[in-house]
Design a protein around this ligand. Structure first.
Ligand SMILES: Cc1cc2c(cc1C)N(C[C@H](O)[C@H](O)[C@H](O)COP(=O)(O)O)c1[nH]c(=O)[nH]c(=O)c1N2
Length: 240
């Protein structure tokens, strides 16, 4: 089948897939160089153009440059991370402890993307049955920013090893505002070829063909051409 007229040109398509495959969660490779305001504005615009339930646009963006606030968030991380390590034992615990899981003070900028759960009033189109759709929408804003950042050569790291109540207090969030993503942003020495957790032996990418089901959960896919295609490596980016 030929591609429709409204599809992207090949180089443009490659660019989209390249951003997807070469986006990385960054924590160890941050450089201190500041992100220029026009670049940061483009990233925030990309986030603001994410889809959202009922066009709710529930996000706000807290740009955190203040060193004292960042030091206090790092202290929250250290506390939560120590507790998290206790869930593992033996070699797994040692490996967990050796992982670097944040770049809060090394990165030049932190950004908290929040979800205002009251935005748009009590009846947001599309949100009456599944109330979490506001949170899902905010996650899409995060991903838009993450992909745009990769295209700009800016690394992003998501830090979720934080107590949500303490984080909300540290950032002065009102009751109805949920801190969805605490992110570290900055230029990087390199983007790794594969997820850092994979490189460090924590966990590998699962085979996609095992995750695609036919008709209902757990059923084999009976579409053989699709199954064959799923087993092929992606043909854009670094294929990892
Ligand atoms: C919701 C959520 C929360 C977190 C993450 C991601 C997401 C989506 N990730 C990053 C995560 O470890 C990473 O995405 C995977 O390991 C895959 O690697 P790449 O993102 O492909 O490089 C992450 N990484 C980290 O070092 N500390 C963290 O607290 C978190 N938290």
């Amino acid at each position: 089948m030929t591609a429709p007229d409204n599809c992207f040109k090949e180089a443009e398509r490659d660019g989209v897939y390249r951003a997807i495959y070469e986006r990385r969660d960054v924590r160890s490779q941050f450089l201190p160089d500041p992100i220029a305001p026009d670049v940061l504005a483009r990233l925030l615009q990309a986030a603001h153009h994410a889809p959202s339930v009922g066009f709710m646009q529930p996000w706000d963006f807290i740009v955190i440059e203040n060193h004292e606030i960042r030091a206090s968030i790092l202290a929250l991380f250290e506390q939560a991370n120590q507790a998290a390590a206790e869930h593992f034992e033996g070699e797994r615990k040692d490996l967990y402890r050796s992982l670097k899981l944040q770049g809060i003070v090394e990165s030049p900028l932190n950004l908290c993307i929040t979800c205002d759960r009251s935005r748009g009033g009590p009846h947001v189109l599309g949100r009456n049955s599944i109330v979490e759709t506001d949170l899902f929408s905010t996650c899409l804003a995060v991903q838009n920013l993450w992909l745009a950042a990769r295209a700009e050569g800016v690394g992003v790291g998501w830090v979720s090893i934080l107590d949500q109540t303490q984080l909300s207090e540290a950032l002065n969030l009102p009751e109805h505002v949920y801190p969805v993503a605490y992110l570290c942003l900055g230029y990087v020495s390199e983007f790794l070829d594969q997820p850092e957790l994979e490189a460090k032996g924590w966990r590998s990418r699962l085979p996609l063909s095992e995750l695609v089901h036919g008709d209902t959960w757990g059923e084999m896919l009976i579409n053989e051409p699709l199954e064959t295609a799923l087993n092929e490596k992606p043909t854009f980016g670094k294929n990892v």
